[in-house]
Design a protein. Structure first.
Length: 343
């Protein structure tokens, strides 16, 4: 049996890119109202080059509603899956994902405060929710890393996980307190916490793309170091890895990605936990292959999950977090059972 190649090959990028583009097109065409592929491509092409769109083709559905939503789903799925794969490698914990550090709960707290108290930014839909969620995600990261650094100068894995769990419990208690007195806003808060991409815009997609290009690149560039972490932090240090610097870079990058994703899409669970596991079964544990594959797989998975949420109880929409949690929990049980059976 031949060993898997060290890195992601060019033809593999081509296959994943083709699958990604096909899924984007399929998810834009499908929905409560089906749209032919030709009309979809015509509307997108003519919108890009500012050409008139023929009568009978709904520009509002294709270009203004579905396309930005599908793009946001792809970018959030890619970011969450990439972050989950990196965290599992960094912490050497199969139950880790982008929310392990507690930044996701901090972002959720910011969004809940914005919804409960009606904080908004004029002319920007959901602007107050998104901005406050990002601010709280950033503040949460500072608080968590400061506490971890104070308690353990070496920033050990156990300390980081413990601080993350405690901080998550603390912020969840504050969220519950706010919900108790939120009155008529409870429904909006609960819907947001279940995850939703309704109302996604191209501005949201650009924000996600920028975050993924910056922080995702940092994570992928740390692939070699993450491979070294698999044999333990002490051994990684012996082979020349600056453990503390790499750990901080990955933690900050994953936290930033998670905070941006939560601020735009709400709480979407299991993507960062399950997708890297499933991808690892195909690519192996080498992060030079695992991380790029997880990025593509997460994007495809979340687009299909969002499509399922749009059509399964049409004309109503099921929150995307409900779909991912249902699918993810079943998939995780299957993966856990298969792994135990092999061992």
């Amino acid at each position: 049996m031949k060993d898997r190649p060290e890195g992601f090959r060019l033809y593999e990028y081509g296959i994943f890119t083709a699958a990604l583009l096909f899924t984007i097109l399929f998810c834009v065409c499908a929905g409560s109202v089906g749209i032919p592929v030709k009309d979809t491509l015509t509307a997108i092409w003519n919108s890009i080059f500012d050409l008139p769109i023929p009568e009978g083709i709904s520009k509002s559905i294709i270009v203004l509603v579905r396309l930005p939503r599908v793009l946001c789903a792809a970018l959030i799925g890619a970011a969450l899956s990439l972050g989950g794969g990196a965290m599992q490698g960094l912490l050497r914990n199969p139950l880790a994902d982008g929310s392990t550090l507690g930044v996701a709960s901090g972002a959720s707290l910011g969004a809940v405060i914005a919804i409960a108290f009606g904080i908004s930014i004029p002319s920007i839909p959901f602007g107050g929710t998104m901005v406050l969620a990002m601010i709280f995600a950033f503040l949460s990261l500072i608080i968590i890393l400061s506490l971890a650094y104070r308690l353990d100068f070496s920033l050990s894995t156990n300390t980081i996980i413990l601080i993350g769990v405690i901080f998550t419990m603390f912020t969840n208690s504050i969220i519950s307190f706010i919900v108790t007195f939120a009155g008529p806003k409870v429904k909006s808060i609960m819907f947001w916490t279940m995850g939703s991409l309704a109302g996604s815009s191209y501005a949201n997609a650009l924000t996600l793309l920028f975050a993924l290009m910056v922080f995702g690149t940092i994570i992928i560039l740390c692939s070699r170091e993450l491979n070294a972490f698999a044999i333990g932090e002490e051994n990684a240090r012996h082979v020349g890895v600056n453990v503390k610097r790499v750990k901080l870079m990955v933690l900050i990058s994953v936290s930033a990605l998670t905070g941006v994703c939560v601020s735009i899409g709400g709480t979407i669970g299991f993507v960062g936990l399950v997708i890297p596991h499933m991808t690892r079964m195909l690519t192996g544990p080498n992060h030079k292959r695992l991380l790029p594959a997880s990025l593509f797989s997460g994007a495809i998975f979340l687009m299909l999950a969002d499509l399922l949420g749009r059509v399964i109880i049409s004309p109503l929409q099921l929150p995307i977090g409900v779909v991912t949690s249902f699918i993810g929990s079943i998939a995780f049980v299957y993966i856990f059972y298969s792994t135990r059976k092999v061992n």
